[in-house]
Design a protein around this ligand. Structure first.
Ligand code: SAH
Length: 345
């Protein structure tokens, strides 16, 4: 028999309350169920112990509770934990806990696979299979929060949407997941501690700004020269740098938040004075900072990180122009958990 039950976690709080009202049951029951699902994270209706047996039975006859399962948990020697996460339809995404002395960061996926074609990213070798639902994104955060509590006796301090997929191509669900993550009846995290990373889709950056979102924005820039950027991020031919820049100015005007540019320096790709100058000029046009990321080699290409001399050159030139720059060492490389290495190996 075909399963016609709906996933109760696909309902908003209002829809849940409406369901109870439509059955002639007081609306506070809807709130109770919402808390069981989102605050306490139960996986079956019988765990909802403050509901009557009749109400539990009613819910069972209408709904399933879909949830993710950790398939494989791998620990790196630097403390990074990579999870292969199985979804209700058996597809798999990856999410990562990245601990430092002062922080615990969750890196979460927003899509199964990715439709973009960045030449340096392992996820690009997988087709995009589907978007994640809000609850599937939220569950990754809850799971990693648990791991942080278990391994480091502290809750998550930060969340980055830098796992598999392009968050702005699953905008609605990403936003809905962030609503739950920040809702006091969900995880109650501050949006300031959440960063959404995009390959740079101008139309969607404008929309986010207009929607008044409160989280932070990072853009994977990698080159401020259109012809170079198109070589390594071919889809960028549809999103020219000047349009990207205009959208970021709009973002800043609406949010007053600086954007972070993520940037890898590769030998023979973006390692000349001209590349450095182009980045400086780009950064001077919109309040921003630069996060230089270590390149994590992937199978099937021979791109190589530029020498530390070139990196120093980038850092000095940016600093001299009063542009803040940080250099991020990779984490979890030994378990393929570092940036761009997520591909369900
Ligand atoms: N699609 C989004 C989020 C996923 S990628 C985006 O493009 O921003 C997260 C970050 O890892 C991006 O900055 C991306 O450019 C970077 N990245 C991808 N592959 C990498 C690799 N092999 N080494 C280092 N960083 C990589």
């Amino acid at each position: 028999m075909e399963n016609t039950k709906k996933d109760i976690r696909a309902l908003t709080k209002d829809e849940l309350i409406q369901f109870f009202e439509s059955q002639g049951i007081p609306s506070f029951r809807g709130k109770q169920v919402y808390q069981w699902l989102w605050q306490k994270g139960v996986h079956d209706f019988d765990s909802m112990t403050n509901l009557t047996l009749a109400h539990r039975k009613l819910l069972k006859s209408h709904f399933d509770i879909n949830h993710i399962k950790i398939d494989i948990e791998q620990k790196s020697k630097d403390g990074t934990v990579k999870n292969a996460v199985k979804l209700h339809d058996q597809l798999v995404v990856e999410s990562v806990l990245i601990p430092t002395a002062s922080r615990s960061t969750a890196c979460v996926s927003s899509q199964v696979g990715c439709s973009l074609d960045c030449t340096f990213c392992a996820t690009a070798s997988m087709k995009r299979m589907r978007n994640l639902n809000p609850d599937e994104i939220y569950d990754q955060v809850v799971t990693i929060n648990q791991q942080s509590l278990t391994y480091h006796q502290r809750p998550l301090s930060n969340i980055v949407f830098m796992g598999m997929g392009e968050p702005l191509m699953n905008y609605k669900n990403v936003l809905a997941s962030i609503d739950k993550i920040t809702d006091p009846e969900g995880l109650g995290m501050s949006p300031k501690r959440i960063t959404v990373s995009t390959s740079g889709i101008p139309k969607m950056i404008r929309k986010m700004a207009d929607d008044g979102v409160k989280f932070r924005l990072a853009v994977s820039l990698h080159s401020a020269r259109q012809e170079v950027r198109e070589q390594i991020m071919p889809f960028a031919n549809k999103f020219p740098l000047d349009e990207l820049l205009e959208s970021l100015k709009h973002w800043y005007a609406c949010t007053k938040k600086r954007v972070t540019f993520e940037y890898v320096v590769w030998e023979g790709v973006n390692d000349t004075r001209e590349d450095i100058q182009a980045l400086v000029q780009f950064c001077l046009k919109v309040p921003s900072k630069v996060n230089l990321i270590q390149y994590n080699p992937i199978d099937g290409n021979d791109m190589k990180q530029a020498s530390s001399q070139i990196l120093d050159d980038y850092i000095k030139t940016l600093t001299n122009s009063r542009i803040q720059v940080t250099y991020r060492r990779s984490r979890g490389e030994d378990i393929d958990a570092a940036c761009g290495q997520l591909a369900n190996k």
